[in-house]
Design a protein around this ligand. Structure first.
Ligand SMILES: CC(C)(COP(=O)(O)OP(=O)(O)OC[C@H]1O[C@@H](n2cnc3c(N)ncnc32)[C@H](O)[C@@H]1OP(=O)(O)O)[C@@H](O)C(=O)NCCC(=O)NCCS
Length: 268
């Protein structure tokens, strides 16, 4: 095995996809994101005789001093040899050299090997996220959701608030909030001038056909969910993915409650 990870090349794709087909009970998503992750940069592999036996991608958020690590995969035949640990340490060192102070990852709550890997490397669970899926659909009824004048009434704890983009949890600073507002990505429902439901809707750059709705707060998010279903339909997306710290959502036809995820973080 070559000791230092190297940047992935287009010609690695076939080898990597060969061991990333049935990673989880539902399959894997690496085939969807490979091309956009190669374009973004920071897609690394560990090789044996120059053939990849593992991969991981990182995204850097310089304004937030953060590295996001995603898509950690080690070929089954090479697991428990310290390869995942090696890739993560390599990315953390790169992040430190770019003045990043935090590293984050998302791990499914049922993924015991990954949770112990993260724990061993010093990551702490900072929040739990429930994950729901839904298909896009035209909604005939009137929906009372607004995208302007939400931001003035938002009162967030920026330490513990996040903005989800392409399955990455980014700290929701005031600057981020303003940018999202200018891009019309913040949606709310008001009751007596106060926000009763608040969400952020983003179109995923890397995942196929996906709109992500993050529900930040909501006494009743039914309207916001239906609004997103309709928006996804109008924009030709088939999948709506809902992520929220709320424990339950209103019962909506075909809304499927999937497994939860933990957001884990390490101070570098
Ligand atoms: C999770 C995964 C990336 C680990 O890769 P790996 O190269 O085998 O991990 P390492 O050898 O670097 O292990 C480092 C530590 O992780 C933990 N760990 C790794 N595999 C484990 C397992 N099967 N059970 C329990 N702990 C495990 C241990 O703490 C281990 O330290 P130790 O060897 O001193 O006990 C690999 O099993 C994999 O590709 N799984 C499928 C994809 C996946 O779940 N990706 C992560 C998504 S967040």
């Amino acid at each position: 095995m070559e000791n230092i990870p190297r940047l992935a090349k287009n010609s690695d794709k076939e080898h990597v996809l060969n061991f990333c087909e049935k990673t989880f009970s539902w399959g894997d998503y690496i085939h969807e994101v490979w091309d956009s992750w190669i374009d973004e940069g920071n897609l690394i592999v560990v090789t044996q005789n120059d053939i990849p036996i593992s991969m991981t991608h990182a995204a850097f958020y310089p304004d937030e001093n953060m590295i996001w690590i995603e898509g950690i995969r080690v070929n089954k035949n090479f697991r428990k040899n310290g390869i995942a640990q090696k890739m993560i340490s390599y990315l953390e060192k790169t992040a430190q050299s770019q003045n990043c102070t935090i590293s984050r990852m998302l791990i499914a709550s049922e993924n015991e090997p990954s949770l112990s890997l993260a724990k061993k490397l010093g990551y702490k669970i900072i929040s739990k996220w429930n994950y729901f899926s839904l298909e896009s659909k035209p909604i005939g009824e009137q929906i009372h959701i607004m995208s302007n004048s939400c931001i003035d009434s938002i009162n967030l704890d920026s330490q513990n608030s996040h903005f989800i983009e392409s399955w990455r949890w980014i700290p929701l600073t005031d600057e981020r909030l303003k940018k999202l507002d200018s891009e019309n990505k913040i949606f709310c429902q008001k009751n007596n001038e106060k926000i009763s439901t608040l969400g952020i809707i983003t179109e995923s750059k890397s995942f196929e056909n996906t709109i992500i709705l993050e529900i930040i707060s909501g006494t009743n998010s039914e309207q916001l969910i239906k609004f997103t279903q309709n928006l996804a339909y109008q924009k030709n997306y088939s999948k709506v993915r809902i992520l929220t710290e709320l424990d339950s959502l209103p019962s909506i036809h075909n809304l499927e409650n999937k497994f939860p995820f933990y957001l884990v973080e390490k101070k570098l």
